[in-house]
Design a protein around this ligand. Sequence first.
Ligand SMILES: C[S@@+](CC[C@H](N)C(=O)[O-])C[C@H]1O[C@@H](n2cnc3c(N)ncnc32)[C@H](O)[C@@H]1O
Length: 190
Amino acid sequence: MPRHTHEHEGAIEGRESDHYDTIARLFAKPFYSRMAREIAAFAPRDAAVLDAGTGPGILLRKLSRARPDLELTGIDIADDMIAHARHNLAGLATAPDLRAADVADLPFDDDRFDLVVSTFSTHHWDDPEAGAAEIARVLRSGGRLRIYDFRDAPFDAVLGQPGLTDIRTTPFRSVWSWFTKATRLDATAA
Ligand SMILES: C[S@@+](CC[C@H](N)C(=O)[O-])C[C@H]1O[C@@H](n2cnc3c(N)ncnc32)[C@H](O)[C@@H]1O
């Protein structure tokens, strides 16, 4: 198995991934609940959903509980994060498909997903333009993209992607808004 780590600056691995997993599981639940609630409210029935840069998979766990009809997939460039996600998602009625992969080189066919989501990952991507192009490729026409990230994340990569239209950004006020000034981006695949 190739390791999707070392050569990538943005990967969170080793002890850093252990710390991230602990914080995400124990302290950030309301934060993920809020994003999962928002996504669950608009995801089409039985949608195929990809979480790009899923980290320890907490969003997927909450989505799976809120919307058992969804077919969930998560990718992360760090093998260590995928290992945490496998652990955190064990025992769900339907196990999400979890894979170590770079968002800039997704191991999926064209038009594979109805919805792609990504939370606080885009600012880690080595090549955000290639990531946005890959997301546009794997989304079916009319499929939706929802990104949450810090205000200074590379949203321009999405704005410059011809395969994505109807792009809107809105402020994301979370329980942590005093700490993170975040943005929510919505787009539709052409
Ligand atoms: C701050 S964490 C966010 C994780 C999760 N989405 C969350 O909200 O907790 C950023 C994640 O993006 C992953 N990542 C960085 N570059 C990536 C890339 N090119 N493709 C896929 N995942 C990437 C990192 O390994 C890390 O798990």
